[in-house]
Structures are given as C-alpha cells and as structure tokens.
Design a protein around this ligand. Structure first.
Ligand code: GLU
Length: 274
C-alpha cells in the first residue's frame, strides 16, 4: 500500500472510555492518519455526555482528528442505500431469540452453535419476501446466496501482512445469515461499519481481537457492495488484574478517573504497554 495508512478509532458513546479504548485509539494514531467516528446507531444506549467525554479524553491523550467528526446517526440515508442495493440477497426475519433457540435445540439439547453475532440463524424465515417485512422484523443477509452471487468459494483479508481465509462453508456454519438491519435501527453494526470505513477512506482498520471474527462479515459485505477491503490490525485486549477484558461499566478504569487521580497521558501509555 502506497503512502501513509488512513486509520480510525470508532467508539460508541455508551460509557466512559477506559484503558482499552486508550490503547485502541493510540494504536490507530501510531499507524497512520487518525480519524474518529462516533458509532451511535443504538439510540437507546448512546448519550451526548459520553460523546463529549470521548472528545475530551482523546484530546487529553494528545490525539487530533479531522472535523467534522463522522457520526453514524447522521448517516442513515447511506445505510438505507446500501441495504437497498443488497435487497435481492436479504429477507425479513421475525424470529426472536427464543424462536431461534427452539429451532436450533431440536432434536438435542446442549451447546448451540454461535458465531460473532450470536446463535447461527437456522434459516426459518429465509423463504420470506422483503415486501412482506413487518415493522418489527429484522433484515438478514442470505449468506449462501451472497456467496453464490459473487461466485466465490472463500473470502479473506490480511492482518499485519498475514492472510486469513474463510471458505463459504466455514462462513455458513460459523457465522450464517447475519442481521443487516436491527429492529427499529435501520442498520446494524456490520453494515454501518463497512459503509463508513469506505466513506472515510480508511485503508487500515485497527481494532481489538474481539472483533476478529466479525471482520469476515465485513469483507463479505465489502465484496457485495463493491467496496475496497482495507488492511486490518486486530490488537491485543487490555485486561484487568484478574485477566478479564475491560468493559465500559468498569468506571474505575475510566481514563478520566486516572486523570483526576493525577495520571499523565504518558502514564496511560505506560499502563497499556506502549
Ligand atoms: N464501535 C465499536 C465498539 O465501540 C468498534 C467498531 C470497530 O472498531 O469496528 O466496540
């Protein structure tokens, strides 16, 4: 890839940024021209005060980014457009989690197959037509038909120069018919992230290892929407002393808590091993 990569940090304003976010943002900034995107499609969980805190905490860490900042809640027309383009490969689904569990657990009990998006959807609604979509339905991608339409047996991406390939069969068994539009949302994380990474011209996506499996979904969507596949860097996760991943509810490890306790941005870098 010629030139300096274009990278991004894409937090959701559902809580205060913690050390894991600091590591993620600093990793993105170290790798290229740093962009910020606010992922606020989940209107019930996002709050303006958390968005304000993101700007403040990142600036305190010494980061800067082009303005205006892309905010996903402003981007619904772009997601609707992508969804319309994918329409021939999608179907409405009215199954709730309980229906999916019931369909999957027959005939035997036990651990149910799950992928990056939860249970592997058994295809109950796959025959349904989009024109019959109800207001409470989600929209799913028919992954089998998507691979057929592309004429591909596998998809892949590179992570730090290493290539990762997933076959059609592995995708269908391990990921399945993902949701492209959630109930009442008009889009999903996967669809929005793919449309926006392309719109922001991101050439290197840096994010946590926890999203590695989701990247296969994103690459399939990039193929279907004729968008370039960026390079990827899935970084290690910052854990607490008990070895657990940090979560937004861990306010004790919020960047601003450290700041008010007198830590400097360099202290934060050291704490995350940079
Ligand atoms: N918004 C996602 C999160 O806060 C990150 C999305 C991404 O990096 O692709 O976990």
């Amino acid at each position: 890839m010629a030139g300096r990569p274009v990278t991004r940090f894409a937090p959701s304003p559902t809580g205060l940024l913690h050390l894991g976010h600091a590591f993620s943002a600093l990793t993105a900034a170290a790798q290229g021209d740093f962009h910020l995107r606010i992922e606020d499609i989940d209107r019930d969980r996002c709050r303006p005060e958390y968005e304000a805190a993101i700007f403040k905490d990142l600036a305190w860490l010494g980061l800067d980014w082009p303005r205006p900042v892309m905010r996903q809640s402003d981007r619904m027309p772009a997601y609707q457009d992508a969804l319309a383009r994918l329409a021939p490969l999608t179907y409405p689904c009215r199954c709730r989690r309980g229906d999916i569990r019931a369909a999957l657990s027959a005939p035997q009990e036990g651990a149910l197959p799950a992928g990056p998006d939860g249970l592997i959807y058994p295809g109950t609604c796959r025959h349904r037509d989009l024109r019959d979509a109800g207001p409470d339905d989600v929209i799913r991608l028919d992954a089998g038909r998507a691979f057929d339409a592309l004429g591909l047996d596998s998809i892949g991406f590179t992570d730090q120069g290493r290539s990762h390939i997933l076959t059609r069969q592995q995708f269908l068994a391990g990921i399945g018919d993902v949701v492209l539009s959630r109930r009442g949302m008009g889009t999903s994380y996967h669809l929005a992230v793919v449309v926006d990474d392309a719109a922001q011209g991101i050439t290197l996506v840096t994010r946590g290892m926890d999203l590695f499996a989701s990247t296969h979904i994103h690459v399939l969507l990039q193929h279907l929407l004729d968008l370039p596949t960026p390079a990827y860097l899935h970084h290690r996760l910052i854990r607490d002393t008990a070895g657990r991943r940090l979560a937004k509810r861990d306010d004790a490890r919020a960047i601003r808590q450290y700041r008010s306790d007198g830590a400097s941005p360099d202290d934060i870098r050291r704490m995350v091993g940079l």
